[in-house]
Design a protein around this ligand. Sequence first.
Ligand code: ATP
Length: 231
Amino acid sequence: MLELHEIETFYGDSQALFGVSIAVAAGEAVALLGRNGMGKTTTVRSIIGVRAPRRGTVRIAGQDVTGWPSHRIARLGVGLVPEGREIFPTLTVRENLLVTARTRGAGAWTLDRVFDLFPRLSQRAGQFGNRLSGGEQQMLAIGRALMINPDLLVLDEATEGLAPLVRAEIWAVLAQLKAERLAILVIDKDVHALAQLVDRHYVIEKGRIVWSGQSDALLADIELLHTRLGV
Ligand code: ATP
C-alpha cells in the first residue's frame, strides 16, 4: 500500500529526512516511533504530498506519487488523521464527516457506519466542531478520514493528550479497523499500546530510520526503548 524509498525532505535549505525507507503492506499495521522533532510529522507530510521529498520516491498502491498534490494522493485512498486534528470548527459533526465523503463500492464507509463505530459522534451529530471535547474531536478526525474510504489510514499522534478511557476506545477502534484489513501507519508515544496493535515498528532519529522490527523485539530491547524513545 505504501512504499517510501530513500526519501530526503527539506524545509528550505534545512534537511529533515535523510534517506527514509518505510513500507506498509495491504492489511498491515505499522508504527513510526521517535522522540519529538525526529521527523515523524515530516514523514507524514511527505506521504500525503504536503511537503514533497526532494529525492527518493513515494509509492501508494504501487503508483509513484512523488510530487503529486495532496488532493490527488487523498483520492488514491489515503486517509489522514493529522496532528492537532484540524476539525472544521464552524461545521457540525455531520458536516465535518460529509465534506470528505468519497463513495466506493460495497462495504464502503458511510455516515451510519462511522456513527456505529463512534456512538458519541452520533449523539453529537448536530454540534459544531469547536464544541467537542478533545476525545470527540479525535473520533471525528478518524471518522472523517474513514469517510474518504481509504485503503491506507495514516494517524499522526493517535491518542496524544487524551484521557485514558478515550485512548482505550481509540486503540480498540484501530484494532477493529486492522481486523477489517485496513492498512494503517500510526504515530503515537504509547509504545505498549502500539506494540499490541501493530505488526512492525520503525524508529526514526534525526531524520533517519535507525531500527525496525516486530513488537516482541522492540519491547525486549530495553536499551533501544530507553535511549531512542525515552521509555
Ligand atoms: P513532534 O513529535 O514534535 O511532532 P516529529 O518527529 O514529528 O516531532 P518533525 O515535526 O517532522 O518531527 O520535525 C523534524 C525536523 O524538521 C525538526 O528538526 C523540525 O525542527 C523541522 N521542521 C518541522 N517542521 C518545520 C517547518 N515547517 N519549517 C522548518 N523546519 C521544520
